[in-house]
Design a protein around this ligand. Sequence first.
Ligand code: T5A
Length: 204
Amino acid sequence: MAKFITIEGGEGAGKSTVIKTIQAHLQKKGIAHIITREPGGTVLAEKIRSLLLDQGDEILLPESELLLFFAGRYQHIQHVIKPALKEGLWVISDRFVDASFAYQGAGRGIEEARIEYLKEWLIGDLCPDHTLLLDAPPYIGLDRIKARGALDRIEMEKIDFFNRVREYYLQLADKEPARFHIIDTRLCLEDVEENVQLWLRHLE
Ligand code: T5A
């Protein structure tokens, strides 16, 4: 049966790395799936991703940022996520709507009710079956991505912003224990991979 799985966490928490492990596992098991991401996932949503992450001359206001994330998400849901689930595929998405509550809500300070309104309107009852939260103190993820190369517009935020994002994710995971599974990505790659494998076995 189709499953909708999302991967969340702070900057450089290891999502791309963990998704490779998940993909290898699903391929080995012969489980038909797609790997997708937000912001992005469709041609148009990938263009919106560039607007959101590239450094521009004009300040992108929090409200505009929120609406751009939702515009891309709606394209992604209608053109990719729902059709794939309907076909019976597993959908693995690198981030989904929880990120809007964490980043634009807790991070930027936009009232939760406004995000909730967009969620109800545009997402309805589509909810991930499982969410893997990759957790580490923000300075660890930021050090890792700094070592990788140049930072994008959001990655240049202050550490307090990322602390609020992390705190929000942890509180949400606490509120929805049936959906969330937390993996500590302070651990070395081998240990993270082993924990991801254990979680995947429990999903089957
Ligand atoms: N955003 C997104 C919002 O504000 N609102 C929204 O609604 C949505 C959907 C883009 C940005 O958009 C924001 C959040 C983001 O700021 P993104 O593309 O997912 O989202 O950006 P990042 O979270 O920044 O993703 P990254 O690709 O930068 O990081 P990953 O995928 O979490 O980390 P990964 O796997 O690339 O690892 C980073 C580095 O660390 C190493 C890896 O080898 C790599 O070099 N690493 C480890 N090293 C040691 N030990 C470990 N356990 C390691 N795990 C990874």
